[in-house]
Design a protein around this ligand. Structure first.
Ligand code: SF4
Length: 400
């Protein structure tokens, strides 16, 4: 059996039975991954084309992006030789746009490798990616190895190891999670001549890059420790996996197909809530698609879309209110207080301003802050699984 770094993470976040279901080829909820998959596929195809022809035209780059997106939503792709169904057109297009946006802002180096396959046997010897003895394998999004000579004339071998992310939230803990450690380790094992590993996480939505340098000789013990940790995790994955339903099931991609969610003690409403919330979320996506054109009607009722009415502002509302406010001698400050700029709108404004060269982080630091608040939700041990910070709400700072 061969494992990816994501298998180890999945066992940590959910339970070992999720790995068993994955190995059986059980259908999983993939919606949240598809845009990222499309962006990676487009970057890979363009990267490989740039390697063949560094002078490739922008027109050709766009054509490659289009072709890749078209294949993803018509035929689908294969991951580790296992075919996957086509994704939605909207997901392929969004991924394609993110990849192109990244390429416009960051040149892809013709010397780099794209989606570089690396695999190892149980003795940590490198083997071909699909070798029968491979127990651990991964694809490196971007790997560029080059020589650098410092001011003293000393030559070093540098490796830039990039991981592309489609999340808006690029946080420093991404530089020291299991996936990043595994990437650092396998690149070093494949290329032991590397002196410095520059581990980068690159946000495709916000063009934010964070990085960490690992000096392989002084930090050899750390790499060795990571190797031992991953060996132990692989050993654990090779054992029969025991289901552990409950809060673990929250956001598990196999929740809808897993019979163990039914086994939760009916009286344990907290554990049931966590598991069934995930099933409901996964089912809702499918039911929404199913009922998009025609609602599902039964004698008991209807499930689907129905027409409702809600209040909304008219196009000229802000200007009209401002004019009336001024006529009544209201101040700009008071008007702004009543408008109540929230953090989301502030971020939108800053994003627009950042397109004119204003530094996003600097302006965000001046205007947005965190505020404690209480929110109902599920927080799993060692992993934050809510979409918003647990108890910390982002708010707009008052100007002084
Ligand atoms: S749904 Fe729950 S029990 Fe089933 S695989 Fe996922 S985490 Fe494990």
């Amino acid at each position: 059996m061969t494992f990816h770094p994501t298998d180890i993470s999945m066992r940590e976040k959910h339970c070992g039975h999720a790995i068993t279901l994955k190995q059986k080829g059980t259908k999983r909820s993939r919606d949240i991954f598809q845009t990222g998959i499309a962006a990676h596929a487009v970057l890979e195809d363009i990267g490989k084309a740039i390697k063949k022809n560094p002078d490739i035209s922008l027109q050709d780059i766009k054509q490659i992006a289009n072709d890749t997106a078209a294949i993803l939503c018509s035929k689908g792709r294969a991951y580790d030789n296992i075919p996957e169904p086509p994704m939605k057109i909207s997901q392929a297009l969004e991924g394609m746009k993110l990849a192109l946006k990244h390429i416009y802002a960051n040149e892809l180096d013709p010397e780099a490798e794209y989606e570089m396959p690396l695999a190892f046997n149980d003795k940590w010897e490198q083997v071909p990616y699909y070798d029968k003895t491979a127990v651990f394998r991964t694809l490196i999004d971007y790997l560029h190895i080059y020589k650098e000579i410092d001011e003293d004339g000393e030559e070093s071998t540098i490796a830039i190891v990039k991981d592309y992310k489609t999340s808006w939230h690029i946080t420093n803990d991404m530089l020291d999670n299991l996936q990043r450690r595994a990437q650092a380790l396998v690149v070093y094992l494949a290329y032991p001549e590397i002196d410095v590993l520059v581990m980068q996480v690159q946000g495709l939505r916000n063009n934010k890059t964070i990085q960490r340098r690992i000096y392989t000789q002084p930090e050899y013990d750390t790499l060795q420790e990571w190797q031992n940790d991953i060996s132990l995790a692989i050993k654990a994955l090779l054992e029969p996996q025991i289901p552990n339903p409950g809060i673990n099931c929250y956001n598990c991609p196999y929740a809808n197909a897993c019979q163990w969610t039914e086994e939760i003690n009916p009286g344990d409403i907290v554990q049931k809530y966590a598991a069934f919330l995930t099933i409901v979320k996964q089912l809702e996506k499918d039911v929404r698609i199913l009922t998009k054109e025609i609602s599902a009607t039964t004698p008991q009722g209807t499930v689907g879309y129905s027409q409702k009415e809600r209040l909304t502002t008219q196009e000229n509302a802000l200007l009209t209110l401002w004019n009336v406010w001024k006529q009544q001698n209201g101040s700009v400050e008071d008007f702004l207080v009543h408008i109540k700029l929230n953090a989301t709108n502030a971020k939108k404004l800053i994003r627009v301003l950042s397109q004119n060269g204003i530094d996003y982080d600097s302006l965000a630091n001046q205007t947005i802050t965190k505020q404690q608040y209480s929110q109902f939700g599920i927080s799993k041990a060692n992993t934050t699984v809510q979409t918003k910070d647990d108890n910390t709400k982002t708010t707009v700072q008052k100007s002084t």
